[in-house]
Design a protein around this ligand. Structure first.
Ligand code: TYM
Length: 340
């Protein structure tokens, strides 16, 4: 590992009620690896960000609880990580208000999330300002902890670039090197940085309904896997099929620890000697093996919400202390620190 890495920061938005394997391979797995390697890891639930899409109190509360449990069950170690809820650390909102002054409207208009909405046919007048400002809040999330890097999936790259631009503008205007420019830490393999959905075409994403979950009921996961697209040119099981770029085999490579079985399935698939059902059944079993321990741990955690709450309180305190320090320094630099 790069010995310069002291601090990393990352977040997950509880816009859905459960994480999927795209979140896991693109973000959570690297987060868990980094927690053992860096001096400071700040990981949080971006609950303020979820407000752009979730406007139902009960749904939001449920999503937040589930994503927290998922994250902990997957192996986040609260001894090594500062783990907290964004909305409980007030400096995030405060810094977002400040940073909005160091980026232009024109640049904000070029952000994907906003442009995608327009492309989906949304009228610009109806786009909520939370969505438009989203990348500024995200820049605040990051810059508060002055990290070396931000481990995320490919879809977040543009947001980190914006955080860099804001940091650069700030440093230039005040003639300071206060903000280090955060590096997007994104896996070089595209099968990992942008895990494809079960449709085999688009990025796996809750809002597109093309996910394979992690903690859903076994039957739900089996159905998600059974609905997976394979080689679209293959009509019968006896037709030779293509393995490369085939989502079912991408998932086997990610999840199946039985490498001989994967090789055997690939060989037979290429020759037209195995049906999709067998390939998917084995993928389903591999998924259950892969997440067996995490699924068991989640059940135990869910019975001990007091422990979970104390982890979050502890994280809130540590994140508040660190981020207050940054805010105080920023106020000093920009001229908001005097008491008169
Ligand atoms: P979110 O909640 O959409 O996704 C959480 C993480 O999962 C990654 N990810 C994927 N990676 C690979 N393949 C996929 N199909 C896939 N789908 C999701 C995302 O890239 C992300 O790393 N805006 C962020 C949350 C956020 C944040 C931050 C992240 C708020 N503030 C500050 C980093 C730093 C988001 O909505 O991620």
């Amino acid at each position: 590992m790069d010995s310069r890495i002291k601090t990393v920061v990352s977040g997950i938005t509880p816009s859905g009620n459960m994480l999927h394997i795209g979140n896991y391979f693109g973000a959570i797995k690297p987060h868990l690896e980094l927690q053992n390697e860096v001096e400071y890891a700040y990981y949080f639930i971006a609950d303020l960000h979820a407000l752009t899409t979730v406007k139902d109190k009960a749904v939001l509360e449920n999503n937040i609880k589930n994503v927290i449990l998922d994250y902990l069950a997957l192996g986040l170690d609260p001894e090594k990580v500062v783990f907290f809820r964004q909305s409980q650390v007030e400096s995030h909102s405060e810094l977002a208000v400040i940073l909005a002054n160091y980026i232009s409207y024109g640049q904000m208009q070029r952000m994907h999330a906003f442009k995608d909405k327009l492309q989906d046919g949304e009228v610009v007048e109806n786009i909520n300002m939370g969505l438009f400002n989203y990348p500024i809040l995200m820049a605040a999330d990051i810059l508060l902890y002055k990290p070396y890097g931000v481990p995320v999936g490919e879809d977040q790259r543009q947001h980190i670039e914006l955080a860099r631009d804001i940091a650069e503008n700030f440093n230039r205007i005040y003639n300071t090197e206060f903000f280090p420019l955060p590096i997007p830490m994104i896996d070089k393999k595209k099968e990992i940085s942008k895990v494809v959905g079960t449709d085999g075409v688009r990025k796996m994403s809750k809002s597109l309904g093309n996910v394979i979950g992690i903690f859903d009921d076994e039957e739900v996961i089996r159905k998600q896997i059974m609905s997976c697209f394979t080689d679209p040119t293959r009509i019968k099981a006896t037709d030779p099929g293509k393995v490369e770029g085939n989502p079912v085999f991408i998932f086997h490579d990610l999840l199946n620890d039985n490498l001989e079985e994967v090789q055997d399935l690939k060989d037979r698939y290429t020759k037209g000697e195995v049906g999709d059902v067998e390939v998917k059944e084995k993928l389903s079993n591999a998924h259950l093996r892969f997440f067996k321990d995490a699924r068991a741990k989640r059940i135990i955690l869910e019975r001990d919400m007091e422990l979970v709450m104390s982890i979050l309180m502890n994280g809130k305190e540590k994140a508040t202390n660190k981020s207050k320090e940054t805010i105080d320094n920023i106020k000093e630099i920009i001229g908001l620190s005097t008491s008169i």
